[in-house]
Structure formats: C-alpha cells, structure tokens
Design a protein around this ligand. Structure first.
Ligand SMILES: *Cc1c(COP(=O)(O)O)cnc(C)c1O
Length: 498
C-alpha cells in the first residue's frame, strides 16, 4: 500500500514513512492510495478474535511494508505488534465490549489504561512507530511533543512509556484540566516520559507547541513528532472496532451477514468517525455514520449546508474532548470526495478566511453516507439522568451527546437498521458532571468519584480506584514563554533518568 498526501496525490510514501512523518510536507494528511487493495475478508470475520481483526486491518492498510515483516508473513507480523500493544492492557480483555441499552448497542471503548477511547489507538501507535523506525533503519531519536487538554496526554503517555527509541514530552495547561486527568499524567513513571504544566490555558500550551515545531533548532540525530490523530498510525487501529462490533452483533443474533449497521460517534477532530468510514471502504456493511457534536457544532452546520466556517465563538462544554473548531481529519473525507487539488484549495481557504463551501454535488455525496446532529449541555445532563433512571446504564458526558443525537435522529429518520453508539470515556473520568447530572452532591473531584460508585454501584476502573494516592513523578512547571527553552534543554539531555 502506498500513501498519498491529501493536498498532492503525486507524492507517495510507504506506510512506515507516513507513520514516521505524521503529516506531509505540504501540510496534507496521508491517505491510502486505494481501498480496493484493502478489502476485509468478511466471510472470515465471524470466527476471528479481537486481535486477529486488529491485525488484519493493520496488515491490509500497511500491506507490503517492512514494519510487518515476519518469517510467518505480514499477518503474523501485525499480530505481534497488536499483542504487544493490547495484551493485559484492557480491563476484561475486550477493548470494545457492547452493552445493550434500550433498542441500541453502546460500544464501550474506554476500558483501557486511561479510561478513554484514545487508548485503543495510542497503545498501538507507539508499536507502529517503533517498528517503522526499524523498518526504515532510522537512527534518529524521535521525541513526541504534545499539548493536551486531558485525554490525549494521558493516553499518549501510557502508550509511549518505556517504548524503545522514542521519548515523549507532554504539556498541559495549569488551568482547565481535571484533577483526575492531571494525576493520570504526572503519575506515569516511564524513563522516556516528561510531563510539564504550563502557566496558561490549553490554547497557550498548544500555541507554544506549534511554535516549537516551527522554530526549535534540534540537535543532530533528534526529530520531533506528534501523537495527534492526524497520524495514519493513530487512525488505522480504530478501524478494527467497527468490524468487531459487527462480528458481535452477528454473534448476538441481532443481524446476519450483509445487514447494514449505523454508528453514532461523539466527534471532535473527526478521527473516530473517519475510522468508521475507512471500515466502510474496506467492505463493512455500514448504513449511516452519525456525527454527534456538542455546542461547538461546526460539523453539524457543515453537513447541513456544506459550509465549513470556524469563525464563531468557542464554547467550553461538559464534553471538553469534543470542544474543537477545526476538525483536522475532515480533510481526509474531503480528499475522498473531491480529490487532492480541490482539497488543497479548500484547506487554503480555511486558513485564509476561516471558511470554505462545498459544491452541491459534493455535499450530496457526503450526505448520502453521513448524518449529523448536536446537543447542548442541558440536553447532555438530562440524557445522563434519563438513561440512568430508565435503564440503569451510566454514561459519561461525551457518550451522552452521542446518545441524545441518536435519539433525535432516530425519531426524525425512522431508520430501522441496528445502531451502535460509540462510548468514548468512562463515566468515572468525568465524575463531577455525572454526579451533577444525577443531582448528587460531593466535595471535589476525587470525592465525586467515590460517591458516584456508592450511589450507582458501577465498578470504578482499576486505574482510577486509588488515583488520588498515586505517586507523583513529574513536578515541573514552566511559563508559556519558557516552553521552547525547556524542550531545548530536554532534547539535548542524553538521559532523562535524573
Ligand atoms: C478525543 C475524544 C473524542 C473525539 O474523538 P475524535 O476522534 O477527535 O473525533 C470524543 N470523546 C472523548 C472522550 C475523547 O477523548
């Protein structure tokens, strides 16, 4: 398989190169040259294990690459990487169990080490990067540099901790991050990890990181990379759970082979839902992909009228991991619908004017496969309460956005196919909001976690049980103007042991 930039389809890279580069030189994202060579063997799905499904997806999307080379074939090579990434990492050993709630299924993607769906991708990405390094005989040390508002940082740290040939620096804002998320990060003890808080908010940390990528002069033999979802190595692992959900629905007798299934996805950067679209391209019988947003509904408007307009006010909501105005991975969908020249043009317009508009043919093509909707914080909170009271099923705020949008869409469309709603975070990761929704009082975030357990009896994830007492390994803090000199000193240090 070769990879092309969404902004210039004349540049092609191997999967290893695409994974190591993250983003193309022209600013585009890497896309498989063709999905025709990546058709999933649907007739084998029913008897495949979770790991076999993940390995098959990887071996199809990265076919022919040396990172998968193994004496027993590429499928065996992929299986080894998947095992290294997932063995003993997910509670209950299932990275995406389905729960039946009313007339739909909720796919719980949050049973990994940091209790958010990003674990599925970020446990595997480091193994892919490590293998790609070996495959291309790259001697440079890779330093992953990331600014996080919470979920990405903890999941990336967990995935990259102690992975050979890679180091990771995570900056998080002193303001606007939850106590649980902060403790998850500062308690990671890998020798190759560095966690640092920044005086300021998420935007300050993010701008600081962008500035470092653009301007820091690196020592010989060191390269910077990102753990952001624009990396194809982060997108590919997510494709697997769509196939896995389909297999489980067949096993439950809910569908038979060939039936269409809808997926409702709580969306921010458009990575998760795009993985569903990849699955469809690879042969999964997907009905509608429903894009669920919170009050930052730039995508809902886009799917409605074909105009992407980021010039609008930004809302801080109770589903913070979806608070975003530029959904980077939408570029990949545009590329598939309009081709690279048009895609490059739209991205230039987005950069210059903050806006672009699809033609009506382009929009109708997208509308035949996607639906979109949004819900505000009040609806999110009401949804958590209603679903808990009627079905005793506890969901976090992000999942509640998806559930609310699902209900509205179902009513309007009358769609009869089976639907899977993706659940992206444990309710315990956002205990405050969930407790508020249930109308219960508490004293601080750690107390909310315990009281939520007392009230509902829902199991606390192992990694959060004793979170407030986890040892702190990272205490560094810098002001936003000192981020560059901090990274400079870190990349020039031989060892981070001290
Ligand atoms: C990152 C995240 C999302 C959004 O996923 P995208 O791939 O960025 O669309 C949704 N929910 C949670 C809990 C997340 O951490």
């Amino acid at each position: 398989m070769l990879y092309l930039s969404t902004r210039n389809n004349k540049i092609s890279k191997t999967p290893s190169e695409a994974v190591l580069m993250g983003i193309a030189k022209d600013g585009g994202l890497y896309m498989p040259k063709s999905f025709d060579e990546a058709k999933f063997p649907m007739d084998e799905l029913q008897k495949m294990s979770n790991k076999e499904i993940s390995a098959r997806v990887i071996s199809l999307l990265f076919a022919g690459d040396k990172m998968l080379s193994d004496e027993n074939g590429e499928m065996a090579g992929a299986y080894k990487l998947v095992s290294k990434a997932y063995d003993n990492k997910f509670e209950g050993d299932d990275f995406a169990p389905l729960s039946k709630v009313e007339d739909a299924y909720v796919m719980e993607l949050y049973h990994g080490p940091t209790c958010a769906f990003k674990d599925v991708a970020l446990q595997l990405l480091p193994q892919l990067i490590s293998a790609a390094k070996k495959a291309t005989d790259m001697k440079d040390e890779i330093v992953i540099l990331t600014a996080t508002s919470g979920d990405t940082g903890s999941a990336a740290l967990s995935g990259f901790s102690n992975v050979e040939g890679v180091k990771i620096i995570v900056f998080y804002p002193r303001v606007g991050i939850s106590a649980v998320q902060e403790r998850q990060m500062v308690s990671v003890d890998g020798k190759n990890t560095c966690v640092c808080s920044v005086g300021g908010n998420f935007d300050d940390a993010q701008s600081g990181v962008k500035n470092i990528f653009a301007n820091l002069k690196l020592p010989e033999g060191v390269v910077l990379s990102s753990a952001n979802s624009i990396n194809i190595g982060r997108l590919a692992p997510q494709v697997a759970y769509y196939f896995k959900a389909y297999r489980d629905l067949m096993a439950n007798g809910e569908i038979k082979m060939g039936d269409k299934v809808n997926f409702v996805v709580p969306t921010g950067n458009f990575g998760d839902i795009l993985a569903g679209y990849f699955a469809k391209q690879m042969g999964l019988p997907v009905g509608k992909l429903v894009c669920a947003s919170n009050e930052n509904k730039v995508l809902t408007d886009f799917f409605e009228n074909g105009i992407y307009n980021k010039n609008r006010s930004f809302h801080i909501t109770k589903s913070p991991s979806m608070d975003i105005l530029i959904s980077s991975n939408l570029e990949r969908l545009l590329y598939m619908v309009c081709g690279s020249d048009k895609c490059a043009e739209y991205m230039a317009q987005l950069k210059e004017k903050g806006e672009y508009k699809l033609t009506s043919e382009e929009l109708s093509k997208i509308k035949s496969e996607f639906e979109a909707g949004y819900c505000d914080d009040n609806e999110t909170i009401d949804t958590i309460k209603e679903v808990y009271e009627s079905s005793k099923y506890l969901m976090d705020t992000h999942t509640a956005v998806a559930w609310s949008v699902y209900k509205k869409w179902l009513k309007e469309s009358g769609n009869k196919d089976k639907t899977v709603v993706l659940s992206t975070a444990s309710p315990y990761k956002f205990s405050n909001s969930v407790m508020n929704a249930l109308g219960k009082s508490y004293n601080g975030e750690f107390d909310a976690l315990k009281k939520l357990n007392k009230y509902t009896g829902a199991k606390i994830p192992d990694s959060l049980v004793d979170i407030e007492n986890k040892a702190i390994f990272h205490k560094v803090t810098v002001e936003k103007d000192d981020m560059m000199s901090f990274v400079d000193s870190m990349v020039n240090k031989k060892s981070w042991n001290d």
